[in-house]
Design a protein around this ligand. Sequence first.
Ligand SMILES: [Cu+2]
Length: 145
Amino acid sequence: MKRLVFALAALLLAASSFAQVTVKDAWIRATVPQQKTTGIFMQLKSAKDMKLVAARTPVARVVEIHQMMMHDDMMHMHAVDSLALPAGREVALQPGGFHLMLLELKEQVHAGTKVPVTLVLEGPDGRQETLDLQATARVLNSAHH
Ligand SMILES: [Cu+2]
């Protein structure tokens, strides 16, 4: 019985640490037929120091964490290993900055549809947890953004 109580406590702790990362306004850029790449954007806020180390979605074979920046008057983007989520600070994944890059899309992403996304987050102790969310497909530069 004692062991069961400990197991339950561990489960509750795991569940509450999930809730310490909040996601706001997750969206995915809608695509046209034959398009093989797109991006996912959102606001992330973690109550404790965490980092985003990976992500996956059923609509793409490959998901990378990308950073976009100006270099020699040109926009460049490159993959990064992780994105730091400092405690209490809102981190934006947005066009022109960090984003989740979807490569080898399996299907067209139509505006208005919801796409499941799983984030893999890692704490300072190296322990990983996952966070499931839904990203709504929008056309970039649409009036309501
Ligand atoms: Cu990219």
